[in-house]
Design a protein around this ligand. Structure first.
Ligand code: KG4
Ligand code: ZN
Length: 348
C-alpha cells in the first residue's frame, strides 16, 4: 500500500441505509448508498427486520457499484472498515459479516468503527483535517449528541445527549401529528418556510435546575407533547390547524436549543470549530441559525453537504482511513456487532 494514501472501503448498515464508500487517504472517491426508507414509510418508522433483509439484498450490488464508479478493484484495497455499532443489531450484523468476509478474502486489515465517530470523521473528506479539538453536534433520527473531539481516532468525549427522543425522531413524530409523511424532517422544513413562528413552544432543559443538571443534554419529548396538545385543542374547538405556523414554531424551538447549547459548549470548552452532522443537519433553519450564532461567537461552522450528513459508507471509509493514517490497531476478525457501542469507544 501507499502508506500516505491508503485505499479504504467502508461499509455502513446501522439503520436503513446500505452504504459503501471508498476513500484514498483524505479524498473521497465514491459514496454509494441504497436506502430502504420507502419500505418503512407505510409503517411510520424503520422496521428492523425489513431493514436487515434490504441490507442483505443490497450489499453485494452496492459494493460492486462503488468499485465500478470509483474505478477501483477490490484487490487494490489496503483496508476495510465497517460500522460495528451503535445501531440496529440485525442490520449491523449484515455489514460486519460482509466486511469480515471481504477483509479475510483480501488479506487486509479490518477496522470496526463507531457510527457516531464516523459522522464526525466524514467532514475530513469534505473540508479537510479536523481542527483539534472540534465540537460536534450530531442530530439524526437515532441520536442527538454533543461531543468534544480532541482526536477522532482516539479521543471523543460525550458532553451530553438526549434524555428521551432524538431530534430527528421529534421531527418525525410531530410531522405525523400534522399529517405529514415519513420521514417528517424535510416536510416540516418545507412547511415551516411558508409559516411564521407564532407559538411559543417549550425549550426543554434550558432553564433553572434542569439546565444545571443537564447543561449539554437535550429533551424533545415534552415539546412533542406540547405540539400534540396544541393541535388537539385547535381541533376540539373546531378550528383549522395552521400547519405551517405549527411547523415553523416547533422547528424554531428545536433549533434554538440545539444551537444555543452547541455554542455554549464551544465557549466553555475552548473549541473554535463546530461541526454539525446527522440527518437533521440538512435542516435549513438549523444551518442558518447555527451560522449566525457561530458568526456572533467567532466560531467556525463546518457542515458537510446533506448527502454526507445522513448515513452513508463514505463516513466509515473516512474514519477507517484515519485509523490507518494514525497507525491505530486494526480490529480482530471476531469483532462483534455492538448495538449499544458507547461513543467513547471509537473502534472495536
Ligand atoms: O442520519 P439519518 O439519515 O438517519 C439516522 O437516523 O441515523 O437521519 C434521519 C433523520 C430523520 O428523522 C429525518 O426526519 C431527519 O433526519 N431529517 C430532517 C431533515 N432531513 C432529514 N430533519 C429536519 N429537517 C430536515 N431538512
Ligand atoms: Zn447516523
Amino acid at each position: 500500500m501507499s502508506a500516505e494514501q491508503p485505499l479504504v472501503l467502508g461499509i455502513e448498515t446501522s439503520c436503513d441505509e446500505t452504504g459503501v464508500g471508498i476513500v484514498r487517504g483524505e479524498t473521497l472517491l465514491v459514496d454509494a448508498v441504497a436506502s430502504s426508507v420507502d419500505d418503512h414509510a407505510r409503517f411510520g418508522g424503520v422496521v428492523p427486520e425489513v431493514a436487515s433483509r434490504a441490507h442483505l439484498e443490497e450489499m453485494v450490488p452496492t459494493i460492486e457499484r462503488a468499485c465500478r464508479e470509483a474505478g477501483v478493484r477490490l484487490r487494490d484495497l489496503d483496508a476495510v472498515s465497517v460500522t460495528s455499532g451503535p445501531g440496529l443489531a440485525g442490520s449491523l450484523m449484515v455489514g460486519v459479516a460482509s466486511a469480515k468476509a471481504l477483509a479475510l478474502s483480501l488479506g487486509v486489515p479490518l477496522y470496526g468503527v463507531n457510527h457516531l465517530a464516523s459522522h464526525v470523521a466524514v467532514d475530513i473528506v469534505e473540508h479537510g483535517p479536523l481542527p483539534e479539538p472540534t465540537m460536534a453536534l450530531l442530530v439524526s433520527g437515532g441520536h442527538s449528541s454533543l461531543l468534544l473531539v480532541p482526536d477522532v481516532t482516539s479521543d471523543i468525549r460525550s458532553l451530553g445527549s438526549t434524555i428521551d427522543d432524538a431530534a430527528g425522531e421529534a421531527f418525525d413524530k410531530v410531522a405525523r401529528v400534522l399529517g405529514l409523511p415519513f420521514p417528517g424532517g424535510p416536510y416540516i422544513d418545507r412547511a415551516a418556510r411558508e409559516g411564521d413562528v407564532v407559538i411559543d413552544f417549550p425549550r426543554g432543559l434550558t432553564t433553572g435546575r434542569d439546565m444545571e443538571r443537564h447543561r449539554f443534554d437535550f429533551s424533545f419529548s415534552g415539546l412533542k407533547t406540547a405540539v400534540s396538545r396544541w393541535v388537539q385543542a385547535r381541533e376540539a374547538a373546531g378550528e383549522p390547524v395552521p400547519v405551517n405556523d405549527v411547523a415553523a414554531s416547533f422547528q424554531e424551538a428545536v433549533v434554538d436549543v440545539l444551537t444555543r447549547k452547541a455554542v455554549l459548549a464551544c465557549r466553555e470548552q475552548g473549541a473554535q470549530h463546530l461541526q454539525i452532522g446527522g440527518g437533521v443537519a440538512a435542516n435549513s433553519r438549523l444551518r442558518a441559525m447555527a451560522q449566525s450564532r457561530c458568526d456572533d461567537a467567532g466560531i467556525e461552522l463546518r457542515v458537510p453537504r446533506p448527502g454526507l450528513c445522513t448515513d452513508n459508507g463514505a463516513m466509515v471509509a473516512a474514519l477507517g482511513a484515519q485509523m490507518v493514517l494514525k497507525g491505530r490497531d486494526a480490529s480482530r476478525l471476531d469483532l462483534p456487532a455492538d448495538s449499544s457501542m458507547p461513543v467513547t469507544q471509537i473502534s472495536a
